[in-house]
Structures are given as structure tokens and as C-alpha cells.
Design a protein around this ligand. Structure first.
Ligand code: ISE
Length: 353
């Protein structure tokens, strides 16, 4: 069974966008202004004013207060989910029930058990309809590193290093939030870059702001054991203050490959040397978000998804759950997951770029 989506009279795929906040609004705008072959058919949000603004900007799209109603609407052929994380799994399952392809923002669910429900429903259908928004896999710098690793030029990749800094985090953010919301990207990067599975994690952390609830780690260092006897280390710091930054390095037996953030010009002026640091992920990964949506629509046209899938969303959550267990226990924790179903064979995914 392949993916089958209908197109409108002008040959475009009508897409429904769930959530019109920062992420949903950005996806809708990119789809409307920059992506060929698709258009924003509808948006849904409990905040009518917010939804109205985005709908108007994106070609007078239909507006729904209820996400499920919008997903079920016959005019909607494919769905982007960018509502709060606790809604992701259930809305993705609704898309699966209706056979509608879906690009779901990370995390796919708020627990591995919930994500496994999505994997199982998809396996039962026997076709991949779910892509997860791990947009770093579309970022040109990251893709360059991945392609270099895959070429074998740096030898066998033996160590993954990732650093990830947010200028600040919401007041309600706790250690678990840092893992599920932020570190989840780095856990996915490690799996993707080394083409392996995370087998053990050990998290150490610091509370650098002295937040009211004791023991909230806004700075986390995650040591990883990765299949094939490889290692990884991730730094996530969500109160870094100075700006937003993400970087990766893969160390191989013959050389290393790394991204070189930030991306802007280096300026030498008045006996000084400076470079702008991006404010947040929307700015840093703007190109990646656009390439992600373009790639998704192209893959729908080819009737075969090739981006990060429900298994990737699930595997990252299994590792995330072990990180949370490690924060609580103060010890290394194993990461164990069931056998990868054949539907998610690695060969199904292309390296983009
Ligand atoms: C945010 O929700 C994102 O998904 C960004 O990509 C990530 O870098 C950031 O840490 C998260 O808070």
C-alpha cells in the first residue's frame, strides 16, 4: 500500500495545520510562502484570534476550534501537528486511522509507551504515514557532517559530541522538560549521526539559576553508550543566556567532522572580531524547517516517506525516559527497546541533501 493523497484543481496537496502558536504558525507560513505543491487548507487552534491571523495570512484557510474535526475534514489530505506535546500521540493516531500522512512535531508522545502505540498502529496498517519533526536532519550543516561520516572519509565513527544551548527556558521547565523537550533532539542526532542505537545513558546535572524547586537541572551532561561499542556526550544548557546554539562533532578513527555554529558572517571592526549568535531555534533552523517541509511534500508526491519516522520518535523517547531515570537514580541506566519492525528498515530513509 502506498500513500495516496488527493490534490486540488491546481495540483496542490491541501494540508491542515494543528496549532497556530510559534511552531504551527511558522509551519503554516513556510508552507504558504515557500513550498511548492501544497497549500494550507485549514488551521485549528483553541485560540480563535491566533488561528484567524494565521489563516488569513495563509490564503484564507478554513479555521477549526477542534483539531480532530479538522483532521477528519474531507478537504484535508495531510496534517501537520504542532499543538502542545501531550496532544501529539492521540492526534497522530487519528491521522493513522484515517490513512492521512502526518508530520508531527517532536516529541512524538510524552512517553515511550504512548509512542509505541503509534508505532504499533502504523505497523498494523502496513505503511509509513508518520514523520517526526527532527528538523536537524534537514539542516545543511548537519547533513554535511552526516554525509562525511557516511562517506567513510573520517574512518569508523566512534564518538558523538553534541552541545545545545537555549538562551532561557520557561519558568515551569523542570529536569524532565529539559530532556523531553530539548535533549530529545540530541538523542536523535546521536542515533542518526552514528547510525546506531543508544544502549545506556548517564546524566549529571546542575541547577545554575537556583530555581525554587530544588534539583532542577537546567544544565545536563549526558554520557551515552551507543551500539557497536561507541560513545557519546551531550551538553544541554537551557539557561545559557547569551543566545541559541547547537553543534555536533563526530570523531572517527581517521579524522573528525563538525558543524561550525553560528552561521552568520564574522565581522572584524574597530580592532574587534564578532559574529552574531541566533536568538532561538526558529532563527537558527529556518532553512532546515523549510527543507523539512519541502522534503515531506516531495516524499508525499513520490508516495513514500523518507524522513525521521515513528520509530525514530519512539527510540528517542525510550532514551529520554532512561535519562529521566538516571537523573532520579544518579546512576547509569540501560536503554532497552523491542526489535525494530521491518517497516522501519534503515534503507527506507534517505540522507537528504
Ligand atoms: C525547542 O522546543 C525546540 O524544539 C528546539 O529545537 C530546541 O533546540 C529547544 O531546546 C527546545 O526548547
Amino acid at each position: 500500500m502506498g500513500i495516496s493523497v488527493k490534490r486540488d484543481d491546481s495540483g496542490q496537496i491541501p494540508v491542515g495545520v494543528v496549532g497556530t502558536g510559534g511552531m504551527g504558525g511558522m509551519h503554516a507560513r513556510i508552507l504558504h510562502h515557500k513550498v511548492a505543491g501544497a497549500r494550507v487548507e485549514a488551521v485549528s487552534d483553541v485560540d480563535a484570534e491566533r488561528a484567524g491571523k494565521i489563516a488569513q495570512e495563509c490564503g484564507s484557510a478554513a479555521i477549526f476550534a477542534d483539531a480532530v474535526e479538522m483532521i477528519r475534514d474531507d478537504a484535508v489530505e495531510a496534517v501537520i501537528i504542532a499543538s502542545p506535546a501531550p496532544t501529539h500521540a492521540e492526534l497522530t493516531l487519528e491521522c493513522l486511522r484515517l490513512g492521512k500522512p502526518v508530520l508531527c512535531e517532536k516529541p512524538l508522545a510524552t512517553s515511550p509507551q504512548e509512542a509505541l502505540g503509534v508505532v504499533e498502529a502504523e505497523v498494523e496498517r502496513g505503511e509509513k504515514l508518520v514523520q517526526v519533526g527532527f528538523m536537524r536532519r534537514y539542516d545543511p550543516q548537519h547533513v554535511d557532517v552526516k554525509n562525511t561520516v557516511s562517506s567513510g572519509d573520517i574512518g569508523e565513527p566512534v564518538l558523538f559530541k553534541g552541545w545545545h544551548r537555549n538562551a532561557s527556558s520557561p519558568p515551569a521547565a523542570d529536569s524532565e522538560w529539559v530532556v523531553i523537550n530539548s535533549a530529545i533532539h540530541d538523542l536523535d542526532s546521536a542515533r542518526w549521526m552514528l547510525d546506531g542505537e543508544i544502549e545506556e545513558v548517564f546524566v549529571r546535572g546542575l541547577d545554575t539559576t537556583g530555581s525554587p524547586a530544588e534539583g532542577e537541572f537546567d544544565l545536563q551532561l549526558v554520557q551515552l553508550s551507543i551500539s557497536g561499542g561507541r560513545l557519546g556526550i551531550i551538553e544541554v544548557y537551557v539557561e545559557a543566556g547569551y543566545g541559541y546554539e547547537v553543534g555536533v562533532e563526530v570523531v572517527g578513527t581517521h579524522g573528525t567532522a563538525y558543524t561550525a555554529p553560528p552561521t552568520g558572517a564574522v565581522v572584524r571592526l574597530k580592532r574587534n572580531y564578532s559574529q552574531n549568535v541566533e536568538a532561538d531555534w526558529l532563527e537558527r533552523f529556518e532553512t532546515a524547517y523549510t527543507l523539512q517541509l519541502q522534503g515531506w511534500i516531495e516524499s508525499l508526491n513520490k508516495e513514500q516517506l523518507n524522513g525521521p519516522d515513528a520509530w525514530d520518535g519512539y527510540a528517542a523517547l525510550v532514551a529520554a525516559e532512561a535519562c529521566i531515570a538516571s537523573i532520579k537514580s544518579g546512576n547509569p541506566e540501560p536503554v532497552s527497546q523491542p526489535e525494530r519492525p521491518a517497516l522501519y528498515g534503515r534503507e527506507a530513509q534517505e540522507v537528504i541533501g
